[in-house]
Design a protein around this ligand. Structure first.
Ligand code: TXA
Ligand code: MG
Length: 320
């Protein structure tokens, strides 16, 4: 059931159930992070492997300090500057956080979401919320309550509807390696913002060999229509109606024949493109398409995180 009542959502959570929650990045599938049985329901509903750890969502800095230990001063600075917001920090975990949440790691991922409805919900409960994105494992993240309902509705008693997500890309995940700031996932907080605070930044590119961070798996966020990256739309064959084209803006004056067009942002705006990206990847599936093509965006600002998701969503070998 979809609704806007935080008291209903908090009652389900207190009873050890999962609830869909809005955040400014994407919708989450939340449960009491301190209740292992509740947390295990998240894995069950998402069909998520247990080796993929969950982000713990909190409402204030006291909880960041309670559940995360020995924070490097730079992470504290970033938390003070960007929380609540689209950043997640990795800190040594307090023993209250179980190994089920962190997949056995001694680090816990902590995030303070900005969405007012979820902030109100978190004030009504006295425990933090473990929450991954509310999609079946490996699929595109949800940016509306309807997306959650479509895919997980039968298994989730309540989905709190906070409208479409403002940012539309998952949080940027950071941690420290000595004095180097490591970006484990590019996301809603652009790297350029982090560069104002550190000149020693390592960005982990996506990899298939990093079992601790499956959000970094090469094939993730994949829609059911095969998506291909291309450098140049003009070399493609548009005689089939069953081809989709996703472009950043309206830039080209070329005719695309019968192809179905999807434009991320008519004004070439990165924020708008990010907010629409996952919705458009889902929309591909409501047309009878054999395949779709997309060109990467400029590698600046949110363009970097958008490109990261597109690379993972794309099929690896072109089927021309
Ligand atoms: O914006 C977001 O971060 C959304 C909203 C709902 O908060 N959440 C989200 O969660 O994207 P999820 O589970 O889909 O992606 C979280 C990523 C995963 O790739 C996971 O492996 C990584 O964070 N992660 C979580 N805890 C970790 C930990 N202790 N150490 C390393 N990576 C961790
Ligand atoms: Mg996810």
């Amino acid at each position: 059931m979809i609704g806007v009542k935080t008291d209903i959502a908090s009652a389900w959570l207190r009873a050890g159930n999962v609830v869909g929650i809005p955040t400014e990045t994407v919708y989450g599938l939340a449960a009491n992070a301190l209740n292992e049985r509740a947390v295990s329901k998240i894995f069950e509903v998402k069909k998520r492997p247990f080796f993929d750890p969950l982000i713990v969502h909190v409402s204030g800095f006291e909880e960041i300090e309670r559940y995360g230990k020995n924070a490097h001063p730079l992470l504290i600075k970033l938390a003070k500057r960007f929380m609540p917001g689209p950043i997640t920090i990795l800190l040594e975990k307090d023993e209250a956080i179980s190994d089920l949440v962190t997949a056995g790691s001694k680090f816990v991922a902590l995030r303070m979401p900005m969405h007012p409805l979820t902030q109100r919900l978190m004030r009504e409960i006295d425990f933090p919320l473990a929450a991954p994105s509310a999609n079946p494992f490996g699929y595109v993240s949800p940016t509306t309550a309807g997306h959650v309902e479509d895919q997980l509705g039968a298994l989730v008693p309540y989905i709190l509807d906070g409208g479409p997500c403002r940012i539309g890309l998952e949080s940027t995940i950071v941690g420290m390696d000595g004095d180097t700031l490591v970006v484990y996932r590019k996301g809603g907080l652009p790297i350029e913002e982090l560069e104002k605070y550190s000149n020693k930044i390592e960005i982990k590119e996506h990899s298939i060999s990093n079992p601790v961070s499956p959000g970094m798996l090469e094939s993730h966020y994949a829609p059911n229509v095969p998506l291909h990256l291309c450098d140049d739309f003009s070399s493609l064959d548009y005689t089939s109606e069953k081809v989709g084209i996703i472009s950043f803006g309206e830039s080209s004056d070329r005719s695309y024949g019968e192809a179905k067009r999807f434009v991320l942002s008519h004004g070439n705006d990165f924020n708008e493109a990010a907010a629409r990206l996952f919705r458009i990847l889902r929309e591909l599936e409501s047309f009878d398409l054999d395949r779709a093509y997309v060109k990467l965006l400029p590698e600046i600002g949110l363009g970097r995180a958008i490109n990261d998701r597109l690379k993972r969503a794309a099929v690896k070998k072109p089927t021309l």
